[in-house]
Design a binder for this molecule. Structure first.
Ligand SMILES: *Cc1c(COP(=O)(O)O)cnc(C)c1O
Length: 365
């Protein structure tokens, strides 16, 4: 039944029919008035989703391109940065910063545990010469299903006063409250194939006034991802280069659907999905990988020991055509991950739980 696959990974996420149909068109000219109108509408929707008046720049890239843009536009070689690393994506921030020659201090927590705001506070308080230029973290760590305490870490950054807070919100935006203006988040990176309910191919970067000031003096090389170019074009409802036109059609429709549902309802739905999933997993006698207080609303990681998670995943894929995500790196075989981000509902979670029950019984028989 190849046409009935259920995709339950944390990106790409399922796409609503209405969004798929919006894309099924010939591209139009990107310098046309019609396309300018779409850019204007999309930009309004993006600000609504980010709860911000800040500029949001849209790139033809995956989420990692948005992360890279979030670094190279605001920092200079040798700048000191603190990077939170408690999973695959935090680790990616670290590698990215090192690749661009930043003086990178990695602040680790164990995979499956949240970052500790106190460690950030100590480092920031000790930095009386204001050498730390940015604190860089992953909000929802997709590899483990941990939601990091962004608000608390950001408070320490605000008390420092100088450092920028740079956030990977790829699996928190559109699932969890990320009030960009209220919290004063300087750079927020995200990608289209996660909470946006559209296919992969767009990256987004929200940029605060404070970050634009840093942009003026930042010296890392930039060209295609020079956000100044995108800002200038945005002011004329345009783009500096050829945009992913059909993905804009999709995004425009997806943002309309999201606005019809409302932010509060979107967050509440993701919270319900998380609760249903976690309660169900507990009832099945499996172990949740992330603690309850730090559970991501987008993704639930489940430990299967002594059963190999890959055997379970393979069985479910073959028997039910449901695709779950595996563990990454050293967690391969130890955990599987259920995506409940974007276009997801309770029915799918209940299906997965029922399927898990049957599969466990069969594999453990
Ligand atoms: C998916 C994801 C990204 C971006 O990955 P791409 O493959 O470049 O889109 C970044 N951070 C997190 C937390 C993610 O889940």
């Amino acid at each position: 039944m190849g046409e009935k696959q259920m995709l339950m990974i944390p990106g790409p996420t399922p796409v609503p029919e209405k969004v798929l149909l919006a894309m099924a068109k010939h591209p139009i000219g990107h310098r046309s008035a019609d396309f300018s109108n779409i850019i204007a509408q999309v930009n309004k929707g993006l600000k609504w989703l980010h709860q911000t008046n800040n500029e949001i720049l849209t790139l033809a890239s995956s989420g990692t391109g948005a992360m890279e843009a979030g670094i190279i536009n605001f920092l200079s070689p040798g700048d000191k940065v603190l990077v939170g690393d408690n999973g695959k994506f935090g680790e990616r921030w670290g590698k990215l910063c090192q690749a661009f020659g930043l003086d990178t201090e990695i602040i680790k927590a164990e995979w499956g545990q949240p970052l500790d705001p106190e460690v950030f506070r100590e480092k920031l308080t000790a930095d009386t010469n204001k050498k730390i230029k940015a604190v860089i973290i992953t909000h929802s760590e997709t590899s483990t299903g941990v939601l990091n305490p962004l608000e608390a870490i950001n408070k320490a950054v605000k008390d420092h006063g100088e450092a920028l807070i740079i956030v990977d919100a790829v699996t928190s935006l559109g699932a969890t409250n990320v009030p960009v203006d209220q919290w004063g988040l300087d750079v927020v990176a995200s990608g289209s194939q996660k909470g946006y309910m559209i296919p992969p191919g767009l990256g987004f970067v929200a940029v605060s006034e404070k970050a634009w000031k840093a942009y003026e003096t930042a010296k890392l090389p930039r060209f295609y991802f020079d956000l100044g170019k995108y800002k200038k074009a945005n002011a004329k409802d345009s783009t500096p280069f050829t945009p992913a036109i059909n993905l804009y059609f999709a995004l425009n429709t997806a943002l309309e659907l999201m606005q019809e549902e409302g932010l509060e309802n979107i967050f509440a739905r993701h919270q319900r999905l998380t609760k249903v999933t976690r309660e169900g997993i507990k009832a099945l006698g499996l172990k949740l990988y992330a603690p309850d207080q730090y559970a991501s609303n987008a993704i639930t990681a489940v430990a299967t020991s002594p059963l190999n998670a890959e055997d379970l995943r393979g069985y479910i894929r073959k028997t039910y055509d449901i695709v779950l995500a595996g563990g990454q790196d050293h967690l391969k075989g130890q955990i599987f991950r259920i995506g409940h981000l974007g276009f997801s509902c309770e029915r799918e979670m209940l299906t997965v739980l029922a399927v898990l029950k049957e599969s466990l019984a069969t594999l453990q028989a």
